[in-house]
Design a protein around this ligand. Structure first.
Ligand SMILES: Cc1ncc(COP(=O)(O)O)c(C=O)c1O
Length: 386
């Protein structure tokens, strides 16, 4: 068994002490059916052929690995950028959604239900639904709808119904609650197209398998194998997909959380949205609100595989503040001519801060996943810099 195969969770979906399937009884058969369908599809060459075709002729894969020449020279390191911002719809979310839409079609589903924070997963889901001739229902917190208006418009233009969520902090946590409720009510016809490596088994595993294309491509593209592999972490899908390509190498794996949503750094084990992981919570176990300028990282949990990678020491997790992320976005734009998403800017900020220190010594080779492009964040940034 290779290291990557051993990363597959056994039945029950545990990554060490984390993961599992904590769902209402009405969803147990749906999760079990999805697991069976996924295992069958993953073992079916035709499924992989169809997915590979969609990735190349529709999503624009492989995405480039771009040397960041100016920043490398400035920082005394070799920095390579895995350009998920160049994928169709503007982020890595399309990798997961194309896989899940194919799976939903195979299962005879006619509708996709999704939660979204930054709107990138919602846009990707609306896109796949249009492509596959399915209905799309996207749940989005009201606060996120206001700060990511462009993506709301894109989803609606693609024919999706966007449902505002007014509960709680009106962000991703609440949108996920409502999407799961929506799934319970429509479980026969609808597939819940979860956007990150979170949720009940099989989602954390399934989403990572659909995202591992990032790490596998990057590993094949890199002329020099990296000493350090870095990605931002919300629920953890772009990082998990990137890390999967390097898990059996000597590379250090670094996940970067938003300081206001740092479940790994400031959380404790608990259960939310059907899985056990590290969570921001109070003494009574109530889930705390996250607070980040970046809607995609504004989430109080983290995928169970990351909790396990952190607990075993295979991956490290750091935090970056809103101010550092905004500054990093601007520096990357001016140095390399790339405007990345605020989420991705967290990974860039860690590199800017750590380079030349014992955390990231001069001479290191670094591979960083730019999970998305920044168009959606221009209104937020204009507000910050005014
Ligand atoms: C561009 C971008 N990067 C990162 C994330 C965080 O998600 P994940 O941790 O699952 O990659 C999001 C979520 O919306 C996103 O839109």
């Amino acid at each position: 068994m290779t290291v990557l195969e051993s990363m597959a969770p056994p039945t029950g979906g545990r990554f060490g002490d984390f993961g599992g399937r904590y769902v209402p009884e009405s969803l147990v058969p749906a999760c079990a059916a999805l697991e069976t369908a996924f295992r069958e599809a993953w073992a079916d060459a035709t499924f992989h052929e169809r997915l590979a075709e969609l990735r190349s002729v529709y999503a624009g894969r492989p995405t480039a690995l771009t040397p960041a020449t100016t920043l490398s020279a400035d920082l005394g390191i070799t920095l390579m950028l895995k350009r998920e911002d160049l994928a169709h719809t503007g982020s890595h979310k399309i990798n997961n959604v194309l896989g899940q839409a194919l799976l939903a079609q195979r299962m005879g589903k006619t509708r996709l239900i999704a939660e979204t924070g930054a709107g990138q997963h919602g846009v990707a889901t609306a896109t796949a639904a249009a492509l596959f001739g399915m209905r799309a229902t996207i749940y989005m917190g009201e606060r996120d709808m206001a700060r990511q208006r462009l993506n709301v418009f894109r989803m609606e233009l693609l024919g999706a119904e966007v449902i505002p969520v007014t509960a709680g902090s009106r962000t991703l946590k609440d949108a996920t609650n409502e999407a799961m409720r929506g799934w319970v009510a429509a479980v026969e016809e609808a597939h819940f197209c979860l956007g990150s490596t979170a949720g009940p088994h099989p989602y954390p595993w399934l989403v990572r398998q659909f995202q591992r294309v990032i790490g596998e491509e990057a590993r094949a593209q890199a002329a020099v194998q990296p000493d350090v592999v870095v990605a931002c972490v919300g629920g953890g899908s772009n990082a998990a997909g990137t890390f999967a390509g390097f898990a059996d190498t000597r590379a250090r794996l670094v996940g970067v959380e938003a300081a206001g949503g740092a479940a790994m750094t400031h959380g404790r084990p608990g259960i939310v949205h059907g899985y056990r992981s590290m969570l921001l919570q109070d003494d009574q176990g109530q889930i705390l609100e996250a607070e980040s300028i970046s809607a995609g990282l504004d989430y109080p949990g983290i995928g169970p595989e990351h909790a396990h990678l952190g607990a075993t020491g295979r991956a490290e997790y750091a935090t970056v503040t809103d101010d550092e992320a905004v500054a990093a976005l601007g520096r990357l734009a001016r140095a390399e001519g790339i405007i990345c998403a605020l989420e991705s800017a967290h990974a860039v900020a860690w590199v800017l801060r750590a380079a030349g220190t014992p955390e990231l010594p001069a001479g290191s080779t670094v591979l960083l996943t730019l999970s998305g492009r920044g168009d959606k964040d221009m209104a937020t940034l204009a507000g910050v810099t005014e």
